[in-house]
Design a protein around this ligand. Structure first.
Ligand code: HEC
Ligand code: HEC
Length: 177
């Protein structure tokens, strides 16, 4: 299959995602994650985890139920190729300094990348909605959001509720490179 062959199929299949994730994967609603520019492998893994019921979400469940592996590949390729919109808010200097310190001290950058833009099966955090990030971090800390290999459930344990809020705020204001 030539490179990019799935993109047109992905664009058509992505019509089913527009209502929540936005026309190009940049969602307007803070409860819905933006998926534009996420690593292809992370999108594939997420869809498969929803489909297998390992990551439990009532909204995504009916959407992935009948998805074939080819659908998963096409959709992941399409959204990974979209450009993430710039963050809606500017960073506050103090929040930015404290948020950066937390991500460095807790090794978030080791996995999510020096600019927190994700890699392979690890998601981009930079520029994601604060509400969404905070909900996921609380979910990991409470062991309610199952994760691929358990590393996030343990990474979230080290942070207090205040630190989770601070880090989610900071991450949401980071611009894409
Ligand atoms: C009715 C709204 C809705 C529709 C339609 C929808 N999604 Fe979602 N999606 C969500 C919600 C809500 C979440 C967050 C779930 C959670 O909190 O775990 C999500 C999460 C995701 C995630 C995980 C993102 C992350 O950063 O963890 C991916 C990938 C995804 N959706 C892809 C898709 C694709 C591809 C489609 C279209 C085939 C689609 N979604 C259609 C609501 C929707
Ligand atoms: C050892 C590697 C590793 C470390 C360290 C790590 N993460 Fe993660 N993180 C992951 C992986 C892998 C996922 C995807 C989990 C999944 O969906 O199964 C993830 C997912 C997330 C998500 C969910 C995003 C989304 O779009 O759904 C957030 C938020 C997050 N990490 C924040 C952090 C923060 C903040 C830190 C530092 C305190 C951190 N991570 C440290 C590997 C790591």
């Amino acid at each position: 299959m030539p490179a990019g062959a799935g993109v047109e199929e992905g664009r058509q299949k992505a019509q089913a995602c527009v209502a929540c994730h936005g026309p190009d994967g940049n969602s307007q609603a803070p409860a819905f994650p933006s998926i534009a520019g996420q690593p292809r492998q992370f999108i594939e893994m997420s869809l498969i985890m929803f489909r297998e019921g390992r990551r439990i979400n009532e909204v995504m469940k009916p959407i992935v139920d009948k998805m074939s592996n080819a659908d998963v590949r096409d959709l992941a390729q399409y959204f990974a190729g979209q450009t993430m919109a710039p963050p809606a808010r500017k960073p506050d200097a103090e929040v930015a300094a404290r948020g950066r310190e937390i991500t460095e001290k807790n090794n978030c950058v080791q996995c999510h990348g020096p600019r927190l833009t994700g890699q392979q099966h690890i998601p981009r955090l930079a520029g994601q909605h604060k509400e969404y990030l905070l909900a996921q971090l609380k979910g990991f800390k409470a062991a309610k959001r199952a994760d691929f290999d358990g590393t996030m459930t343990s990474a979230a344990q080290a942070l207090s509720a205040d630190q989770l809020d601070l880090v989610a705020d900071y991450l949401s204001t980071l611009s894409p490179p």
